[in-house]
Each structure stands twice: as C-alpha cells, then as structure tokens.
Design a binder for this molecule. Structure first.
Ligand code: PEP
Ligand code: CO
Length: 430
C-alpha cells in the first residue's frame, strides 16, 4: 500500500518511540464499565464520525461531544441507568474499502483510505499513500484527546450546563424542544441538590464525565507501534485508544486483525454483518475472549433494518449457549446505506430507528440484553441522512453534504434518535 517503503518504516519506528495516547488503567476501567453493560446495568453509547478529518476544527470536536452528552442525558433520564460514553473519535482516520480503485469519467485512481493514508480529492497526487500521515494521525489524535479531556474534566460537561449543550439549530427542532423540557427538570433537581449541600464543588461526578475513545483497528502497523507493555499487569495494551474494533471486512478468524487484537488487553469490538453464522460468531468469541472476561468483547451487529429480526436471534442464542458474556451493540447505520436519486450516499432515519427497534425485539425474543447503540453522527447541521425530526428530503442533501465517507446523523437527528431509542427502552424493550 505504501509506495515509499523506507519512509513507511521510518514513520512506524518514530511512532514506536512516542508517548502513549491513553493509559492501560483507563482501558481496564472501560472493560469494567462494559461488564455492567453486558448484564444490563448500564447502556453503551458509542458514536462519532465515520471518517475523521485532519482538518476538524476545535468547534466541531466540541459540538460532537456536546451532542453525545445531550443524547446521554436523554437516555439516562428516561431509563435511569448510567450511559457509558465512547467516541468514534481521536483516531478514527482509516477506512476499509471494498475496491482498491475508484473510476470517475474514465480516470482510475487509488481509493480514498482515510486521512491516515491519503487525501479525499480525486487527483493522482492526493491519492498517493503518504507514510507521513501516520505521524499526523498520531498528532491529530493527541490534540483531539487533549481537548476532549479538557472539556470533560474542566467544566464544560458540568451537569448544571445541561441547557447550554443545546445548540441553537438543535433547540429550534422538535427534538431540541423536547430536550429543553428535560434540561429544565434536571436544572430544578440540580438546584434542589445544591440547596441540600450537594453541588459540583462538593461532588466531582456532577462536574466531570468519563469519556472514552475508540476506532477501527485497521492499520496494524499503526496499532502495533502504539502498543506498550503495562508495567502493572504485564499485559500488552494498544495505547492508540481505549477501545479498538475489528471491521466487518477484516474479521476472518485466521486473519491478521484477529491475531493482533487477541494479543492486546483493551476492550475489543467486532462488527457482525448479516452473513455471519452462529459458528462464526462463537468462534470469534472464543478467539477474542477465551477467558470469558465480562466487558472484554463487544459484538456490534449491523444487519440492516429488514434483516435484523431474522438474522440476529440465532446469533444471540448461540453466544448465550456457549456461555460468552458479550456486550451486544446495534450499529443501525452500515446495513442501511443506499444511493439517493441525486446520486449521494444516504441513510433514512426511519431505517436506522427500525433496525434499533428490531435489535431490541431480537433480544427480547432471545432473553439477552440489548447493550447499546453504535452511531455515525456529527454535532454540525449537515444534510447527509434523510428524515428525522425536521424531515430532511432528497432535495436537501446537497445543501450541507460534508462527509468524507458515510452519511452521518446531524445534531437534531441525533437528539431525536436518542428520544426514540429511550422510548423503546422505557417501553419494556430491555
Ligand atoms: C464503519 O464502522 O465505518 C465501517 C466501515 O463499518 P463496517 O466494518 O461494519 O462496514
Ligand atoms: Co462508516
């Protein structure tokens, strides 16, 4: 993939000398949180960009965090269980492609593989795989993580700011107005607790949130060079993010991705698409979590709205029968992508919701816990997915279609989805 093999070797060598981005103890803590998700005592919200850009602004990072915090408030308020927050952020730079090349008007060029490899523009120069990008990815991930740590620990995430997380364009949407009502109630509760002597000065949990990072572990040279020995436990930990997942295209049992990730102690995810058989899935559980550690393995199912009700129950039963304590999470995005009449890749809000609903139904049927959702979203007011509270239509797609890869829910669609998912959960879907 890298034409300049010397530059690639030098970049990887340099990465191996740089400080870790996360600490082993944080990854262990996330495993413990996920163990609670596996037994239904917490809910996982894993969300962020499809492909992060090297050009992401500080405002855009803040707004993505803001919408995730809003969604978590809605889910917690309705369900009464803690929400474990994991971003697809600070390292989600590599994209798997189904084809090595892309042809436009007779010109064939290498496919865009994410900013960690090449650029999105359609010129031969921009599509060259440049190893220098591995180092830029590390630096961008470090800067993003630094900002996230500042926001989540430095006052921005204080529960007393619950109103201020509602950006104007979200607040003007039906979902944003519903959010205002909850925010008002929470503020009242916060004032009451404060009058009783409990406030964000006396209780750090009101002032800070725990926010973890994750990305698809696609480029194994990058992941390996950031893998370090944890002096406390003697385990190898991939310090590029707290949680790493294996994509739908690279989950072969005898493949390099499974071989690498089984050797690191981080909590792991694995995407499971509609072609996976019960034997495939139990074999993956055995390979990735042979000791049956609760919270170690999250299976992220992405079946498509029309397939989920039939495809999922046999997998849920097989894993339960094999005694594997997995976290089941629904990715309602990747099985529901289609090309709109204007030629743009899109997803419909109702399909996304239908897959989540089918996921809950499958778990009810199998007697297992629906652990959470895995979403592609942005806090920005983009027009990439159809439907949702403001009912985006095909003619709107062109106005702010900004994704470098898959279509993402915008801020108000995300808050809308949180309400709809919360209602499904409250109405006995768990
Ligand atoms: C993704 O999560 O962006 C992705 C490519 O998903 P999948 O591996 O499930 O297709
Ligand atoms: Co995607």
């Amino acid at each position: 993939m890298w034409p300049d093999t010397e530059a690639h070797a030098a970049a990887v060598q340099q990465l191996s000398l740089l400080p870790p981005l996360v600490f082993a103890g944080e990854a262990r803590e996330l495993t413990e949180r996920l163990a609670d998700v596996a037994t239904g005592k917490a809910f996982l919200l894993q969300a962020g960009d499809c492909a992060e850009s090297f050009d992401t602004s500080a405002d855009s990072i803040r707004d993505r965090l803001r919408v995730i915090l809003q969604m978590a408030v809605v889910l917690t308020y309705y369900t009464g269980v803690p929400v474990v927050k994991v971003g697809r952020i600070a390292g989600q730079f590599a994209k798997p492609r189904s084809s090595d090349t892309e042809t436009i008007d007779g010109l064939e060029l290498p496919s865009f593989r994410g900013h960690i490899v090449n650029d999105v523009g359609f010129t031969a120069d921009e599509r060259i795989a440049d190893p220098e990008r591995l180092l830029t990815a590390y630096n961008r991930a470090a800067a993003t993580l630094n900002l996230l740590r500042a926001f989540t620990k430095g006052g921005f995430a204080d529960i007393s700011r619950v109103h201020q997380w509602n950006r104007e364009f979200v607040a003007n949407s039906p979902a944003g107005q519903r959010y205002e009502v909850i925010a008002e109630e929470i503020e009242r509760a916060v004032r009451f607790m404060s009058a009783c002597g409990i406030n964000s000065e006396t209780l750090t949990d009101l002032r800070q949130v725990d926010f973890y990072t994750s990305h698809e572990a696609l480029l194994l040279d990058y992941e390996e060079s950031l893998t370090r020995l944890d002096s406390l436990t003697g385990d190898w930990v991939d310090c590029s993010a707290h949680m790493l997942w294996i994509g739908e295209r690279t989950r072969q049992l005898d493949g390099a991705h499974v071989a690498f990730l089984r050797g690191v102690a981080n909590p792991l995810g694995c995407k499971i698409g509609p072609t996976a058989t019960p034997d495939d899935v139990t074999a993956l559980c055995e390979a990735l979590n042979p000791d049956h550690v609760p919270g170690r393995l999250t299976l992220i199912t992405r079946m498509g709205a029309t397939k989920v009700v039939d495809s999922l129950p046999p997998l849920l039963s097989a894993v339960a029968d094999a005694g594997h304590p997995v976290v089941w999470v629904c990715d309602p995005m990747h099985g529901n992508t289609f090309t709109a009449d204007d030629g743009r890749k899109t997803r419909h809000f109702e399909d996304v919701l239908a897959e989540v609903s089918g996921f809950f139904a499958a778990h009810r049927f199998a007697g297992t816990h629906p652990g959470g959702v895995h979403l592609e979203l942005t806090g920005d007011d983009v027009t990439e997915c159809l439907g949702g509270g403001t009912d985006l239509v095909t003619a709107d797609l062109g106005s702010r279609y900004e994704t470098m890869c898959d279509p993402r829910l915008n801020g108000s669609q995300s808050v809308d989805l949180a309400f709809r998912v919360a209602e499904l959960l409250r109405n006995g879907a768990r």
